[in-house]
Write a protein that binds this ligand. Structure first.
Ligand code: CP
Length: 302
């Protein structure tokens, strides 16, 4: 039966653990001189990116190549969408070419659901508007799980633009399933109603937010999705809510600094924190490749 991964709610805790464990096996394969395996030979992966991406697109593409799949790269800007073809007709055209898995990124929330209704293969959401980014959450969970052995009981502090972030929605869903303690620090104008959940702590004070944190995750200011007038200006935002090195002394020793990227240095995170020995931002990218291979492994139909 075909399966879709559109939000992290599509996965149970046991399924997440299975993806993490298989991801570890793929990470070991990726450390070998010959990194290619035949798992997806004969399968076709469609990469449908309607919005810019560096990390997600390239790691899905490389994951598919490492697993010997054929790849169809669809770029909205050079497609017949420019001649007013609808998304429905576009994906039905692709489906006529018998694609097995569609990896979809779109600026509008919900588009992966619409695509899933018109194709025969599986849909993996690579980020839809401010709604969901489940594969980013999986690689974030993997990075914590690999370091700490377990996510249960970890103190995870998330700072930045919560309201417009699809990553944080998926991360909160996954972290709650895995038993982490979550603290958010963001101005009131960037705090959405959906996180008013008794299981998620919120503070406006960065020192309190990072106290005893095992993990601190910064979130990008999602200017492309924000209404105007959300913050006074970026300098003031950085002063009160930026991730700065002096704050790390309040966190756990060896606190892990994460960020999904792309980062805005000097806005939500200072360069010296992003480049510090505590930062695992590039390790997250490495883990994204192994975990996306694991996601393909779990979602391909045989
Ligand atoms: N983290 C993330 O989704 O980055 P990209 O926009 O570069 O894919």
């Amino acid at each position: 039966m075909r399966k879709h991964l559109i939000t992290l709610d599509d996965l149970s805790k046991e399924q997440i653990i299975s993806i993490l464990e298989q991801g570890k096996a793929f990470k070991e394969i990726l450390s070998r001189p010959i990194k290619k395996i035949p798992t997806l030979r004969g399968k076709t992966i469609g990469l449908l990116f309607f919005e810019p991406s560096t990390r997600t697109k390239l790691s899905f593409e490389l994951a598919a190549k490492r697993m010997s799949a054929d790849i169809v790269n669809f770029s909205a800007s050079t497609s017949s969408l420019k001649k007013n073809e609808s998304i429905k007709d576009t994906v039905m055209t692709l489906d006529a070419m018998k694609i097995d898995i569609y990896v979809v990124r779109h600026p509008s929330p919900g588009v992966p659901y619409i695509i899933a209704d018109h194709i025969k293969g599986s849909v993996i959401n690579a980020g839809d508007g401010a709604h969901s980014h489940p594969t980013q959450a999986i690689l974030d969970l993997y990075t914590m799980w690999e370091r700490f052995g377990s996510i249960k009981g970890l103190n995870v502090t998330i700072v930045g633009d919560v309201k417009y972030s699809r990553v944080v929605r998926s991360d909160i869903s996954g972290l709650l399933k895995m038993g982490a303690n979550i603290t958010l620090c963001t101005p009131k104008t960037l705090l959405p109603r959906y996180v008013i959940d008794s299981r998620v702590r919120h503070t406006f004070d960065m020192k309190k937010a990072v106290k005893d944190a095992d993990v601190i995750m910064g979130l990008r200011m999602q200017k492309e999705r924000q209404d105007s007038g959300i913050i006074p200006d970026e300098v003031e935002y950085n002063h009160f809510f930026g991730l700065k090195s002096h704050l790390l002394e309040h966190a756990s020793k060896d606190v892990m600094i994460m960020h999904p990227g792309p980062i805005n240095r000097g806005i939500e995170i200072d360069g010296e924190v992003a480049d510090s020995k505590n930062s695992v931002i590039n390790e997250q990218v490495t883990n994204g490749l192994a975990t996306r291979m694991s996601i393909f492994y779990h979602f391909v139909e045989n």
